[in-house]
Design a protein around this ligand. Sequence first.
Ligand SMILES: *Cc1c(COP(=O)(O)O)cnc(C)c1O
Length: 404
Amino acid sequence: MTRSYKHMETSVIHEGYDTKEMLGSLTPPLFQTSTYTFESAEQGERRFAGEEDGYIYSRLGNPTVTILEERIAALENGERGLAFSSGMAAISAVLIALTKANDHVLCSSGLYGCTFGLLTMMKEKYNITHDFSSMGTEEAIRSKIKPETVCIYVETPINPTMRLIDLEMVARVAKENDIVVVVDNTFASPYLQNPLDLGCDIVLHSATKYIGGHGDVIAGLAVGKKDLLDEIAMTTLKDIGGVIAPFDAWLLLRGLKTLPVRMERHCTNAEEIVKRLKAHPNVSTVYYPNDESHPDYPIMKKQMRRGGGVISFSLKGTKKDAQAFLNHLSFLKIAVSLGDTETLIEHPATMTHAVVPEESREKMGITDQLIRLSVGLEAWQDIWADLEQALNQIKINSDAYSKA
Ligand SMILES: *Cc1c(COP(=O)(O)O)cnc(C)c1O
């Protein structure tokens, strides 16, 4: 699908839906049905033989889901989109479709915890091995490519360190070696970054986050070339069966309409909070891509529209101080997930990344002092007031800090 409209703000509202086809209904109807009736036995035969277009059964396709799939394909400038019951259903369907026993996957050094869990399982069950690379230079990538490497799997911004990877460079090196590049674009959303435009092959989203945007749905999306996505639709989506529920697709269509407006506000709020965090005496480091002091700021300028709504920062002090800081917050919510209207704050070392062995955690920069903040859509003045009063209350034990 190429976008039918010049601007994303219009595409998020209109793409993939024609009111004339749905009795004039302004909003896409919710087709809450498991199956579809055939007018005759012969029609059923033709549908199953693929000789006639039409719906058969909702695991194979549903009109509400189709609208969502066409819309996300247009937003990511891909030929076909697919919707899944979760981000992990999308990630597992794509990785299982791309690999066979004894293949190799090269990953960014920093992966969503359950993606890491999936790759570990694939290694144990099928000897599909994986390696990590910072992907900071072409050489760093080339040195980790093996004859059996079939896929490069990248997250950028990386959770929760907010380091970035130059997608155009990764795609270039991958092409030389006929390797498929898959990008988890959850943190950026289709509004801030479009990996397919940079030469990558498949883009994935946990739609649970910015695409849904309201903290009320778990879902996943994948977009890419038609032949590749057709194959996934007919194999790891259909036969493993992680399909999205029609109502969840409907919620995502509603969430998408405000994506550009929400992302602009998430970014503005984050920028205001970053400025203040950097100046607070109890904060040692702030990690945010749209900040000139961030090591990957030039990559941000090159491939992202703005820096996004997630900030990580290190507190001075110990794990106890980090937990005390969270406990002092008044209305900001302690929760994992991100991209919601509510500001969510969490402690990666003991929550999202608790499963990562301590050694690898330290290497990934996930210290006991690191806090991840998903800046919501509340007034930044109120968000900052709550953060500031909680920061002011922690009494840093200077002995502990000098040892840390
Ligand atoms: C949340 C998340 C996932 C998993 O998505 P679910 O919808 O929870 O299955 C994958 N990747 C990233 C970067 C995420 O933040």
